[in-house]
Design a protein around this ligand. Structure first.
Ligand code: MIC
Ligand code: SF4
Length: 649
């Protein structure tokens, strides 16, 4: 039987297991990426492995999240990252060079390769036909050391695109439509692979937008085939010789097929506070808007900027709206300037923001209190913008630009899109912005001389204490469904600078739900968290496992988990338990005491169900540990670091 694109890449990289449904597999990783907010911990872990140099084909360390230098902390992190990169043979993308996923697409992404990144939007690379997966920093550190990435063979969902986009409908509307249909938990355990005649009409940057926001489905990754458009993208960036064609076999079979007719697609918008709360823009047209931001790793390409420019050309944004735009990379910024796009944006009244994550992660440009913000981003979790009561809507750059012009939510089809200079400009090829911002790896001898800079913001990573064989754990917090890692470990300008200091950042665990959580946890010594379905959705930040571990969280008992967070809990020795009967969620309340006995024998037995005793309610509850054999061994060892130190693979 024929293979899908995803299966072809997995097959070529398989180092362990059989490529069969639900099988445990391990794949070789060709490239890694880290960003600064997850990178410091990842490199501290890498350093502790005692290797001389990374073993990947390409490893890149980007600085794009913590770029507001309110004091010394972020800069301490940047200098640490730069010196570690120099020491271990890693590329370094300096602050201001751009958002990791955008720059990686432009400079390193390649069809057929595997990429593991310590950021949940790493699947952006799928736009180029690569198998790009987000993971916790520790998994990325292992991959940099030459270790394989372990996963359960995902289901391959085929997304068949027919027709062509019409009017102001854009690539973002494709993924918003998919989110509307599949929801934020519908993609867990899936790879979304795009195929059909509609694919050929989409540029690589449009494909990248779709793959990027596939992360919001909870998917393992998303990807497109590699075709003439892929070739043209690479050629324009002087990398045409690295192109390979990659197509699914004609008789490839998918576990499920979803069809989207691009002809019928209308501009869509995700309402607060979830990326799957999607409706057609026309349905909420007229809602007053206070702020518009265009950018983020989802929609900050040259094509996105050109679409905005062609909509706002010769017009001025509404005086009630504060509008900002952050080009995804300096290459994009430079190209936008050369193509005359930047001038249009400036004349229309956009504030030009740094090529970085910025407002997407609450690093500045927060909306007014209770404000409505329309953003071309991928996440609108409550409070993430930096303003607790803001209402964030997610849309295409075109819809966001239309809102900036009218001061209310507006179907962009109401505007005539002026033709931009983009096509003429692109035909001449894109100039890559000055390379001083992207520092190549040093030769081994020179690298060995590098002294790593460790400012006072860099604190060692705490090690997990293995769980005792039998425990009584108080339920310290009970949450509802779809708790995001932003709820567990908030980001934003105030908290992000503490990413390299676990004792300090732990004080912010669950602050949105209970500001006293960290104190209660420390008093309790050890505890369990109870949650609903899709617990830990969103980011790859391992701090959402590491900081709870530091506070004594020994187990998390929920209806279901998001993929990356579950893996992070395992890596830090926290038991990820699932109610065997979801109704039992009602049988556990905050302050109940749960008793778990003979945990070691259970982990070693391979049995999937465990009985736990709710001592407060005098009830026995059946729970599942739905993990592979290796994860059981990691949990038994007390986490991935002790497991690896003891010789575990
Ligand atoms: C995000 O978009 O939430 C982040 C910030 O990029 C995270 C990574 C992090 O928390 O550092 C992600 O997506 O993984
Ligand atoms: Fe940065 Fe936002 Fe993309 Fe995360 S989603 S990498 S914060 S731009």
């Amino acid at each position: 039987m024929g293979l899908t694109v995803a299966e072809k890449i997995i097959k070529a990289h398989l180092v362990d297991g059989k490529m069969e449904k639900n099988a445990e597999i391990a794949i070789k990783i060709d490239q890694t990426l880290t960003q600064d907010a997850t990178g410091t911990m990842a490199y501290l872990q890498f350093e502790s492995m005692g290797l001389d140099r990374v073993k990947t084909e390409v490893s890149v360390s980007y600085v794009d999240h913590n770029t507001l230098q309110e004091d010394w902390k972020n800069m301490d992190d940047h200098r640490y990252l730069q010196s570690v990169a120099a020491r271990y043979g890693i590329w370094f993308s300096r602050p201001g060079n751009g958002i990791c996923h955008q720059v990686h697409l432009e400079r390193f992404g390649l069809p057929g390769k595997t990429l593991l990144g310590s950021d949940s939007h790493t699947p952006t690379g799928g736009g180029l036909g690569m198998l790009a997966i987000g993971a916790g920093g520790l998994d990325v550190a292992v991959a940099m050391g030459g270790g394989a990435f372990h996963l359960i063979m995902p289901k391959i969902v085929g997304v068949k695109l027919t027709g062509r986009l019409k009017g102001a409908a854009s690539a973002k509307d494709i993924i918003l439509e998919l989110l509307r249909r599949e929801t934020v938990k519908g993609g867990v355990g899936n790879i979304y692979e795009y195929f059909g005649e509609g694919v050929a009409s989409l540029q690589v940057t449009q494909r990248a937008t779709i793959c990027n926001m596939g992360a919001e489905l909870g998917a393992t990754t998303s990807l497109f085939p590699s075709d003439e458009k892929t070739k043209a993208f690479l050629e324009m960036r002087g990398r045409g010789n690295q192109w390979v064609s990659l197509q699914a076999d004609p008789d490839a079979s998918y576990d499920r097929i979803i069809e989207i007719n691009l002809e019928e697609l209308k501009p869509m918008i995700a309402q607060p506070h979830s990326p799957d709360n999607v409706v057609p823009v026309a349905q909420i047209a007229g809602l007053p808007v206070d702020q518009v931001v265009i950018g983020s790793c989802t929609n900050s390409s040259l094509e996105d900027l050109a679409a905005v420019a062609s909509l706002v050309k010769g017009k001025v944004i509404d005086p009630r709206v504060s509008a900002g735009i952050a080009p995804g990379s300096r290459t994009t910024l430079l190209a936008a300037e050369k193509a005359g796009i930047l001038g249009e944006l400036i004349r229309a009244g956009f504030r030009i923001l740094e090529s970085a994550c910025g407002p997407c992660i609450g690093m500045g440009f927060a909306p007014k209190s209770g404000g409505v913000s329309v953003r071309s981003f991928n996440r609108n979790f409550e409070g993430r913008s930096g303003t607790a009561d803001a209402k964030v809507y997610l849309s295409s750059p075109e819809t966001a630009a239309a809102a900036a012009l009218t001061g209310c939510i507006t179907d962009p089809n109401q505007f005539k899109m002026e033709k931009s200079n983009l096509d003429r400009y692109l035909a001449e090829g894109i100039a890559i912005a000055g390379d001083g911002m992207l520092i190549p790896p040093l030769p081994l001898k020179e690298a060995q001389e590098v002294v790593i800079e460790r400012g006072p913001n860099i604190k060692p990573c705490p090690r997990p204490e293995p769980i005792a064989n039998s425990v009584r754990l108080p339920v310290l917090l009970k949450t509802g469904d779809n708790i995001s890692t932003d709820d567990i470990m908030p980001a934003g300008a105030k908290v992000l600078p503490l990413r390299s200091n676990i004792p300090e950042i732990s004080k912010y665990v669950f602050t949105r739900l209970d500001p006293e959580f960290w104190k209660r946890a420390q008093e309790a010594g050890s505890c369990v968290i109870v949650g609903g379905s899709n617990y830990g959705q969103g980011s790859s930040r391992e701090h959402a496992a590491l900081a709870p571990m530091y506070l004594g969280v020994k187990a998390v008992l929920v209806k279901s988990f998001a993929r990356i967070h579950k893996a992070n809990l395992i890596n830090y020795g926290i038991l990820p338990l699932v109610f065997s009967n979801p109704e039992d969620y009602e049988q556990v309340d905050p302050k109940d005491e749960l008793e778990l006995n003979n945990i070691y024998a259970f982990l070693e037995s391979g049995e999937s169900e465990l009985l736990i005793n709710n001592r407060t309610k005098q009830k026995v509850i059946k729970v599942k540990l739905d993990v592979d054999e290796r994860s059981r061994r990691i949990l038994r060892a007390g986490g991935l670091v002790p497991y690896t130190k003891a010789g575990g693979k």
